[in-house]
Design a protein around this ligand. Structure first.
Ligand code: SAM
Length: 355
């Protein structure tokens, strides 16, 4: 397998089996000129509100600018690939809507006793969409959204607040504090998932619940298998390689880290639910079609934002290689002949009463 050197990390870029060298994409530049399937996939500009919690210092607001996007400032040992700008917040809004449809409008699946819900933590809350909905639904509970960057709105229900901290560091919450800890889509951000689950276990009250939702970083099409060397086929191996390099794996679902880590931390009654999420309007079933449209909308609303940091900064690709890859990936994602889907996994478990 060919290898190319990576100026940013000095590591070969093809350690992951099946991963093509980044120079492959530059050689395909001419193919981006073919506009077949190119539709306007950047859904209408969704506005949200970039704001901060009152406790946020100016240092945390000194966002890093990379590739025309902004990212979190230095904090702890955090290294997140997620932009914190308005464009990405818009994509996260669509993503939240799509997750709700996938979950039959439920915010979580764990059998939490909501009549006794007092304190809830959402780790990696992003723009706080889940935390805000929880605050509205359970006005008697205190909801804390934790993130490394102040990208949350200030106009939130009075029982919702945001804290800025790095979940990779030891958690500062008291033992047995929360009734429910929730986390969603932190792939590529967490240095040690076993530690993460141990921290959650310590902070959850006996009898309380942890729920962790994650996306499997791979594309599937049952009607027409995806060639390994295509942009869709290279997606999973690229992210696996990026996780190997950054020490923050993207393969949480593929490597079954949720169930293993929660078990090791001491959680019981663990349930694993996999959901096939269609991408695009191809399903015949109306509900699945709606889900497919929404999942495509949130992906296409900021395709650059989902990929730029990982490919340019972690994998060390040249910006032009990344741009060709993204252009060809966009073309495949817009191919109406494809019946694409991916898999979301929800895992929840309970802290035993006697712990
Ligand atoms: C893909 S977004 C998901 C946001 C939200 N959970 C949702 O589902 O809408 C990942 C979020 O995790 C945050 N994050 C990344 N690393 C983190 C860390 N070490 N500690 C806390 N939050 C982190 C990022 O800033 C980003 O807001």
């Amino acid at each position: 397998m060919a290898e190319s050197s990576d100026s940013k990390t000095d590591k070969p870029v093809t350690q992951t089996p099946g991963l093509l060298p980044s120079s492959h994409w530059a050689s395909l530049k001419d193919e981006t000129a073919n506009r077949e399937y190119d539709t306007n996939d950047s859904s209408s500009e969704h506005t949200s509100f970039l704001s901060s919690t009152t406790s946020v210092t100016s240092t945390l607001r000194r966002f890093r600018s990379l590739h025309g996007r902004t990212y979190h400032s230095e904090i702890g040992i955090a290294q997140s690939w997620t932009p914190n700008d308005l464009k990405h917040i818009g994509a996260l809004e669509f993503m939240h809507a799509s997750f709700l449809v996938a979950m039959d409008e439920k915010l979580f699946l764990a059998p939490v006793d909501t009549s006794k819900l007092k304190r809830v933590l959402d780790v990696g809350t992003g723009a706080g969409h889940w935390a805000i909905d929880m605050g509205d639904l359970y006005p008697n509970a205190e909801i804390i959204g934790l993130d490394i960057t102040p990208m949350q709105p200030t106009w939130v229900p009075p029982n919702v607040s945001f804290q800025i901290d790095d979940a990779n560091q030891p958690w500062t919450f008291a033992d047995n504090y929360f009734d429910f800890v929730h986390t969603r889509f932190l792939s590529g951000c967490i240095a040690d998932w076993d530690k993460f689950y141990r921290d959650a276990f310590r902070c959850i009250k006996p009898g309380g619940w942890l729920e962790h939702q994650e996306v499997n970083i791979a594309w599937f099409d049952d009607s027409d298998p995806i060639p390994e060397e295509s942009p869709l086929g290279q997606y999973g191996p690229s992210f696996r390689e990026a996780g190997n390099r950054s020490g923050r794996t993207f393969c949480v679902v593929a490597d079954d880290l949720q169930e293993k880590g929660m078990k090791a931390a001491g959680f019981v009654d663990i349930q694993v639910k996999d959901m096939k999420i269609p991408f695009g309007a191809w399903p015949e079933d109306e509900r699945q079609k709606e889900l497919g449209i929404l999942s495509k909308a949130f992906t296409m609303a900021d395709l650059d934002g989902w990929l730029l940091f990982t490919f340019n900064e972690i994998l060390g690709w040249k910006p032009e290689e990344t741009q060709v890859y993204i252009a060809l990936l966009r073309k495949e994602l817009n191919n109406p002949k494809r019946n694409l889907y991916y898999v979301r996994r929800v895992v929840y478990g309970r802290k035993p009463e006697a712990s």
